[in-house]
Design a binder for this molecule. Structure first.
Ligand code: HT7
Ligand code: ZN
Length: 876
């Protein structure tokens, strides 16, 4: 299979100044005419051929405008090579494509009766022959022609400059985008859509029309997204001084979409999951996710569209930076500490395992087979952490100057990670040579801290070492540049002021140490009382660390640290250590041990905490996931971890039943649903209390849950009661399932949760037959990625005892699904393979059947590049 290498990058021989596209839209035979004006790159040799990409295409017509004779060309391996007639010329190319047969959802396809496109990363080449690479930026003029009755709305990037009634039942619309863009940002939509419209006046005085399109039945669910868009536009102006640059900003919600959303210039296309929000269809978490994703796509207008990537090895240049920006936005509008904890949880649950597994790759990968496989947590979330470290090291004002310089220098260009770092160096005057390693070295660095306090001299000595484990193709690593944000807390939990021996200045109560060597020792003086160190505050670097703290110190920090992230973190470490100890004892003695008193006491202090905001308290009282605990084991046994974790939950639930009941009562509300971060936090805490209480489902608690299920007016609370009731095997389960179905059946997004809650909450062997049965349900469709993720994704990723069934049946199910889906939608199939990639880390009785499932996949005839890459790397 062809491997693409960063080192092989060469600039294009020909640039495109202008492309004029005409689409005659027809589901089974859309005619595409492309008039592309090429100009030889100034540095290209005069005999350089023109190379165009084209996949699953045949040219119906290919001619040089103004020339009688047909050009010489040949087509091989999805490339059309043509001898150019001159330095500059226009090529006319006609292709015919069948959007109704496009089940891969890449290129031009049909979703819910509307035409739509997905061109990132390489979908444009399925539409016409073109240099489909991000460093070719062109001005687009697009005409759409379609049946007027069936497709009254015709949209493309930029400004609508003409419309026409063609007299034969068809109509047309022409769009011009004044900003040169790469082909991956091209989009079109045609369909019978409802519109929600609003306006925003930019700081520069531009009155922008904001348009949100969806199917008619869901247009009343678009208000929350519209408000989010206005907040994002305002936030970017005040934080970065960047305003929107077109007269219209359009967002279209589509039901069939491989990812979350797409930032096409002026015409974003969104998975409905990240647009539609109403109390009965979206949970509180989804209301938050809508805000985050709307902001993310909007922020791409500058970090991604105005400044794009030179090649796909630079993907994190736009994705890491934009995730960092959307996280900052959410921190500002929701809660800084809650947002930070959620971001870190995501990183640890997805990126850390990726970085420790067979598909580990640097933030700037060196090679790939299929670029679609590189829209990973490493590119997005670790990439965002790398940007955040720059902000930490340089400080916000200098970081912002670096951003201003980046925009001033590279606006309108296809840039590289290297150029971005140069801007940060030029703005700060600092050498970021060692920092660049974060982009090229894969793997999660591991820090070990050791400390000693000397009461006589009032000195505190902190020693730290770093190592980074080997990853595929990178056996040894150089030390990284790691910011360590830290404080020393006195026995009252107050940070003491810090002064390094030989250091010139008093550092204040919190400082950032810069670790650049394999080992370093820091000596603080004037430390009057034995301190408890609060290290890596706010998760100051994407690393694992061992702070070498005993349980007493962890409990102290869980209750007292004035850094909210570290408060939460200390509770998580305490819980993981406690559970792992109990796992060891269970293995030794064959029976579950009692919950250690030390943990119970610490937990009690937190549950009685009346000061923390409810959302934070809910996070603090949540145990680490089974997956996260398993990642701490040499050989992971999901069944044992699940059993012990459940045992801890049950023990805590019965011991603190009155406290959970009181939490529930205090945060219960009869008010009609209204989304706000505060209300969502209260609901999260109340539902967490109910979840614990239902570990011991006695009649009073069951009554509370049923009351909530029957009386609530929103899906957050329906699921908050329904999920745990299902898990505890309540006799009313099937009746509740039926009631919930009737409440959800008119919304695809609500139904997704009806599907996923069932396969997640039913434990053991029943879950597999349920998952299989649900794939036969009339509302299930293999063509809709959201449905596949709801059933197959939830089964494989969120139901450990069922997926890891000892007879291998869960693995067999996933393997068969992937093999079949691969023919239809390779991107989706390849993503599902990631549930298998951790096979080497499992106990032998599970790793063997997992490996067998992967091998069977590898032996599947005609495997796509997407699936082949993940499977073969997993087995290597
Ligand atoms: N930039 C967008 C990436 C994306 C995508 C990539 C591959 C295949 C399908 C896709 N849909 C969207 C999303 C984003 O990061 O904003
Ligand atoms: Zn993005």
């Amino acid at each position: 299979r062809k491997v693409h290498n960063l080192k092989a990058y060469r600039p294009p021989h020909f640039l495109v100044e202008q492309v004029t596209l005409t689409f005659e839209l027809d589901p089974s035979a859309t005619r595409v005419e492309a008039l592309t004006h090429f100009k030889r790159h100034p540095d290209a040799p005069t005999d350089a051929p023109l190379q165009l990409h084209g996949e699953e295409l045949q040219p119906e017509l290919l001619e040089i405008v103004g020339q009688q004779e047909r050009p010489h060309y040949h087509i091989e391996n999805d490339r059309l090579t043509l001898t150019p007639p001159a330095e500059s010329f226009t090529l006319r190319c006609v292709t015919r494509i069948a959007p109704d047969k496009n089940s891969a959802l890449d290129g031009l396809y049909i979703s819910g009766g509307m035409f739509c496109t997905q061109c990132e990363a390489e979908g444009f080449r399925k539409i016409t022959y073109y240099p489909d690479r991000p460093d070719v930026m062109a001005k687009f003029r697009v005409t759409l022609i379609a049946e007027a009755q069936q497709y009254p709305i015709l949209l493309s990037n930029g400004d609508k400059v003409a419309t026409a009634d063609l007299g034969d039942g068809r109509h047309s619309a022409t769009y011009e985008d004044p900003y040169p863009k790469p082909s991956y940002l091209f989009a079109l939509v045609a369909g019978d859509l409802a519109l929600l419209e609003d306006h925003y006046t930019t700081a520069e005085g531009r009155k922008v029309t904001l348009q949100l399109y969806s199917e008619h039945h869901s247009i009343d669910q678009c208000g929350h997204a519209m408000q989010a868009l206005k907040k994002a536009m305002q936030w970017e102006e005040s934080r970065y001084g960047l305003s929107y640059d077109l007269n219209t900003y359009m967002i279209v919600a589509v039901g069939n979409f491989n990812m979350g959303a797409m930032e096409n210039k002026g015409l974003n296309i969104f998975n409905t999951k990240y647009v539609l929000a109403a109390p009965h269809v979206a949970t509180d978490a989804e209301y938050e996710a809508v805000e985050g994703v709307i902001a993310h796509e909007y922020f791409h207008n500058w970090t991604g569209n105005r400044i794009t990537c030179r090649d796909w090895f630079q993907l994190s240049l736009k994705e890491g930076l934009t995730v960092y920006r959307d996280q900052s936005f959410s921190a500002d509008i929701v809660s800084g500490s809650v947002q930070r904890i959620q971001d870190v949880r995501l990183l640890r649950n997805h990126q850390f395992p990726e970085d420790a597994g067979p598909t580990a790759h640097p933030v700037q990968p060196e090679s790939y087979i299929e670029i679609n496989n590189f829209y990973t947590s490493t590119i997005y979330n670790k990439g965002a952490e790398v940007i955040r470290m720059l902000e930490t090291l340089l400080g916000w004002p200098i970081f912002r100057q670096g951003m201003d310089l980046y925009v001033a220098r590279h606006d309108g260009q296809a840039a590289t990670v290297e150029q971005f770092i140069c801007c940060m160096e030029d703005a700060s005057g600092r050498d970021l040579g060692q920092f660049r390693l974060w982009y090229v070295q894969a793997g999660t660095p591991e820090l070990t801290f050791n400390s000693l306090y000397y009461p006589e001299s009032q000195r505190y000595v902190l020693n730290v070492t770093q190592v980074c484990p080997p990853t595929p193709g990178q056996l040894s690593k150089a030390p990284m540049h790691i910011p360590i944000r830290m404080a020393l807390l006195d026995p009252d939990g107050q940070p003491q002021s810090l002064k390094l021996v030989d250091g010139e200045q008093v550092l204040g109560a919190e400082t950032v140490l810069e670790l650049t060597t394999g080992e370093a020792t820091y000596t603080f003086e004037g430390v009057s009382k034995a301190p408890t160190p609060s290290l890596m505050r706010g998760f100051s670097a994407p690393v694992k660390w061992d702070a070498a703290l005993d349980r007493e110190a962890l409990a102290f920090l869980w209750a007292n640290d004035n850094d909210p992230f570290n408060r939460w973190e200390s509770g998580q470490i305490l819980a993981v250590e406690t559970i792992l100890d109990m796992v060891g004892l269970t293995q030794q003695n064959g029976e579950l041990p009692d919950l250690p008193e030390s943990f119970a006491h610490a937990f009690e202090t937190i549950i009685k905490d009346g000061k923390s905001e409810p959302a934070l308290l809910a996070l603090s009282l949540s145990l680490p996931t089974t997956g996260y605990i398993m990642d701490r084991m040499d050989k992971a046994d999901p069944h044992l971890v699940y059993r012990v974790r459940q045992h801890v939950r049950q023990a805590v639930a019965s011991r603190f039943r009155p406290l959970f009941l009181s939490l529930y009562g205090r945060h219960y509300s009869d008010e009609p649903y209204h989304y706000s971060p505060a209300n969502a936090g209260a609901r999260a805490l109340k539902n967490l209390a109910l979840d614990y209480l239902l570990e011991n489902p006695e009649p009073t608690v069951l009554a509370l849950a049923h009351k909530q299920f029957h009386q609530a007016d929103n899906i957050t609370d329906w699921l908050g009661a329904y999920g745990p009731l299902l898990r505890c095997g309540s006799p009313s389960s099937s009746e509740l399932t039926h009631i919930l179905y009737t409440r959800c059946k008119d919304s695809a997004n609500a139904l997704d949760k009806w599907f996923s809650t069932q396969v997640t909450m039913v434990a053991g062997p029943e879950a597999l037959s349920l998952a299989k049965a649900l794939t036969q349900h009339p509302d299930f469709s293999w063509s809709t990625p959201n449905k596949v993720r709801a059933v197959v994704g939830s089964f494989s990723g969120a139901n450990p005892t069922a997926f890891h069934a000892i007879d291998g049946s869960g693995y067999g199910f996933l393997q068969e699904v992937i093999a079949q889906l691969d023919e239809k939608n390779p991107q989706l199939a390849a993503r599902l393979c990631t549930y298998f990639t951790r096979w080497r880390r499992m106990v032998p009785e599970l790793s063997q059947p997992m490996q067998n499932a992967l091998q069977r996949l590898l032996d599947t005839p005609n495997l796509s590049n997407d699936t082949y890459e993940i499977v073969s790397k997993s087995l290597a």
